[in-house]
Write a protein that binds this ligand. Structure first.
Ligand SMILES: C[S@@+](CC[C@H](N)C(=O)[O-])C[C@H]1O[C@@H](n2cnc3c(N)ncnc32)[C@H](O)[C@@H]1O
Length: 304
């Protein structure tokens, strides 16, 4: 089969699910990753022919994509902050907005000086925790999640595998130098709706969290592929108590944030002011709302 023909078939099967530019992007990304070819090979080399094995793999992938499964689960990875993270349906696919949270946190951590202590609540794939640990060489980073399966994904990230164990589909840029492979995130299974446990390091300089924040009533605005494939435990909160996880983060921060420490949480843009007020009334200072790429209220920052 010619690559061009596969692209045509892929477009016809994905266009009912996605806007045309997105369908094209998904198919091109699939071919790029699976075949290790340039994105526009179909145009620069119109006679590019797929091997029998490649056709089989791509056809199977296309079946999953056409059933609505997100590309990241089909490929088993998602790129975040310049690194490749393993993802499975047990973890939320890291979102680009969350990179803004990491940017803010890294600015603060770098100002802090040596060995900042960082706590990531609701760590999921570990994308925030690992980014902090890999960007700040001497940081001590803890990641907490209630889901054992999510923690397995977080602990199995490729950064501490040797290059020979890294699959061929993993791009060169995700192969980190040896110094990065020795970095660690301490992962802990805990329910943040309960009281915090004792941490051997005492308090933290930074507490970060992207907790579940989508209200049940917002489900109707969401795409079927998110609703059907991403873990609902990672996403949803009841309409009658949408800030339940922020109360928990505030409680853990009252107990665990050092004096002078900073917290940053990702939030539901519809609840920006209510979330800010929650941290103000929990006794934190310098509480502010930060925006995302589209100008929506997306984060609350607070200090102790
Ligand atoms: C929105 S996802 C965030 C994942 C990751 N930090 C990210 O930014 O992509 C929320 C995470 O909260 C976890 N979670 C849900 N309820 C929890 C609870 N009661 N205690 C701790 N973690 C919880 C879920 O398992 C999920 O991994």
């Amino acid at each position: 089969m010619l690559l061009r023909d596969f692209l045509k078939e892929g477009m016809s099967r994905l266009e009912p699910l996605y806007p045309t530019p997105e369908a094209r992007d998904i198919i091109l990304s699939l071919c790029e990753s699976r075949l290790g070819i340039g994105r526009y090979t179909y145009a620069t080399d119109p006679g590019y022919s797929l091997s029998v094995e490649s056709s089989q793999v791509l056809t199977e992938d296309l079946g999953r994509l056409a059933a609505g499964e997100p590309l990241q689960y089909v490929l088993g990875f998602s790129d975040f902050y310049g690194r490749r993270f393993n993802v499975t349906p047990d973890v939320l696919i890291p979102r680009p907005e969350t990179e803004i949270l990491c940017d803010e946190a890294l600015k603060i951590a770098r100002r802090h000086g040596s060995a900042p202590k960082v706590l990531d609540l609701c760590t999921g794939s570990g994308c925030i925790a690992w980014t902090m640990a890999l960007e700040i060489p001497d940081a001590l980073v803890y990641g907490v999640d209630i889901s054992e399966k999510a923690l397995e994904v977080a602990s199995g990230q490729d950064f501490h595998r040797s290059p020979s164990e890294v699959e061929v589909t993993v791009s060169e840029r995700s192969r980190r130098p040896v110094s990065e492979r020795s970095r660690r995130v301490v992962l802990l299974q805990a329910d943040i709706l309960q009281d915090p446990p004792h941490f051997p390091c005492g308090t933290f300089d930074l507490i970060l969290s992207n907790p579940p924040y989508v209200m049940d009533s917002q489900k109707k605005e969401m795409r079927p592929n998110v609703l059907e494939y991403e873990p609902s435990i990672a996403l949803f909160v009841p309409d009658d108590d949408p800030l339940v996880f922020y109360r928990a983060v505030a409680r853990w921060s009252q107990a665990l944030l050092s004096s002078g420490g900073t917290g940053i949480v990702e939030i539901n843009d519809l609840l920006g002011e209510r979330t800010r007020d929650l941290f103000l009334s929990s006794g934190f200072k310098d509480v502010s709302i930060l925006k995302d790429f589209s100008g929506k209220n997306r984060f609350v920052k607070f200090a102790r």
